[in-house]
Design a protein around this ligand. Structure first.
Ligand SMILES: Cc1cc2nc3c(=O)[nH]c(=O)nc-3n(C[C@H](O)[C@H](O)[C@H](O)COP(=O)(O)O)c2cc1C
Length: 129
């Protein structure tokens, strides 16, 4: 999954234009919202690091959707983004690798595939208040 290294005012406006396209209405009606988002953009809140975290929201959806289709995924971190950017020809682009996630059909002779999933119990990871 790729993210933009930097988000500009033009990116925010492209998103707002898409909102108008999908939901109707006018750009003027979104002026207050635009001001809020541009405020975040101008303060540097939309950093590459932020964008990478955002991509994990889509990653989760991707993994769930593929699982529902019977397709396995293998999310991978711990790689060197600059090297992957180089391999993918992204070095001089406005994009960088955030996370890797190959998807495919399970091999019949994958001895790991049928192993029970290792998960902490709910009571350990969920706190009800
Ligand atoms: C090269 C490589 C890098 C990986 N990096 C991560 C990682 O950073 N974090 C992680 O949770 N799993 C990582 N994995 C493990 C797989 O995503 C693993 O299948 C998964 O964590 C286990 O999921 P499961 O318990 O649902 O089977 C990596 C696997 C490979 C082959």
């Amino acid at each position: 999954m790729l993210v933009k290294k930097a988000l500009s005012e033009a990116d925010v406006d492209a998103f707002l234009a898409r909102m108008v396209e999908v939901r109707g209405g006018t750009a003027d009606a979104l002026a207050a919202y635009r001001g809020m988002v541009m405020g975040a953009q101008s303060k540097g809140y939309m950093s590459t690091d932020w964008a990478k975290k955002q991509s994990y929201i889509a990653l989760g959806q991707f993994m769930l959707a593929t699982a529902l289709l019977g397709i396995d995924t293998c999310p991978m971190e711990g790689f060197v983004p600059a090297k992957f950017d180089e391999i993918l020809g992204l070095t001089d682009s406005e994009y960088t690798c955030a996370v890797l996630c190959p998807a495919g059909y399970r091999s019949a002779d994958d001895r790991y595939a049928e192993l029970p999933k290792v998960r902490f119990e709910n009571k350990v990871v969920v706190e009800y208040r």
